[in-house]
Design a protein around this ligand. Structure first.
Ligand code: FES
Length: 318
């Protein structure tokens, strides 16, 4: 994976446990354009690689902004980044996008909880600039614990599109969500990012109004462990070579054992780095990074976790 150096130009305390970092390319050049909702890999000071959404306007390419929440159980990722100071250099990847803004939608509803607001901010900037119909619903335990409130309310230019929901009980969320989705049509799209349980509530409520494939989810942690007791071996064909993937080994592992390098980051099915094309066969999708419609199309696979329902998958590298 191509990585490049950036310099930290600004660090702001957004809340007691969330800091934002403004990054500039170390060589002084502007960044390449990227789609709203994209994320980057960051190699932190302890060499831990983590994914963070870009939350700056996607059309302003002098800098990238990310926000990092200090995780209490941090294994060196968020904690080390919270100690990074202005002027320090970090390594990042080019942006990747797993939650693109849908073309041709009549309405977009962005629904975020907590730090999940970050990809929604760049999407909101994009939608506002493109003059699209949208709303951003932002759930947080309290105003003090919500990052970027001031930016969203007054500086973003789309404050009237943002609905804050502070301190709401979990049981009350479906009612608020149902009201937010009441006017949606089959051409409307819902995007969500936040804790898994919250995103499940958004998905369930939205899917009773719009097609399930119009609900887009951004995962930042692996899902529940999959039952692997019925796993069987299968074959993969890649560049005219055939390899067997035994039980307990992944496609990525088998390819790498055979000298084929596959880019990976999370190895847990959440970042999308390892996605390969499927030319033939039916994948058994076990990732959290592809949408329901992408999985249904069966033409891509997250090779670090997913397996096969058919005896053989014919794969290509993107
Ligand atoms: S390496 Fe992250 S999804 Fe496979």
């Amino acid at each position: 994976m191509g990585m490049f150096k950036v310099r930290v130009a600004e660090v702001l305390e957004e809340t007691s446990n969330i800091k934002s970092f403004r990054l500039k390319r170390a060589d002084g050049a502007p960044f390449d354009p990227y789609p709203a909702g994209a994320h980057i890999d960051i190699v932190g000071p302890t060499d831990v690689v983590r994914q963070y959404s870009l939350c700056s306007p996607p059309y302003e390419l002098d800098d990238y902004v990310i926000a990092v929440k200090l995780e209490p159980a941090s294994r060196g990722g968020s904690q080390a980044l919270h100690e990074v100071a202005v002027g320090q250099e970090l390594e990042i990847s080019a942006p990747r996008n797993l939650m693109a803004v849908a073309e041709g939608a009549d309405r977009h509803i962005l629904v975020a909880a907590g730090i999940g607001v970050t990809p929604m901010i760049s999407m909101a900037y994009h939608l506002h600039r493109a003059n699209q119909e949208f709303e951003l619903h932002y759930f947080a335990r309290s105003r003090d614990e919500a990052a970027f409130v001031d930016l969203l309310e007054t500086k973003s230019g789309f404050g009237e599109r943002v609905k804050f929901h502070f301190g709401l009980q979990r049981d009350d969320q479906p009612t608020v969500l149902a009201a937010a989705f009441a006017a949606l049509t089959h051409r409307s799209h819902v995007y969500t990012c936040g804790p898994e349980g919250f995103m499940d509530r958004v998905k369930d409520t939205a899917a009773s109004v719009i097609p399930e494939e119009n609900v887009h989810i951004e995962h930042f942690q692996a899902g529940e462990p999959v039952d692997t007791s019925a796993d069987t071996p299968f074959e993969i064909e890649f560049e005219d070579e055939i390899y067997e993937v035994p039980v307990g080994r992944s496609i990525v592992q088998v390819l790498e054992e055979n000298g084929v390098e596959v880019d990976t980051t999370c190895q847990e099915g959440i970042c999308g780095t390892c996605i390969m094309g499927v030319l033939k066969g039916e994948p058994d999708h076990r990732d959290q990074c592809m949408s329901a419609s992408e999985k249904k199309a069966n033409d891509q696979i997250a090779a670090c976790v997913s397996r096969s329902k058919s005896p053989r998958l014919v794969l290509e590298m993107f």
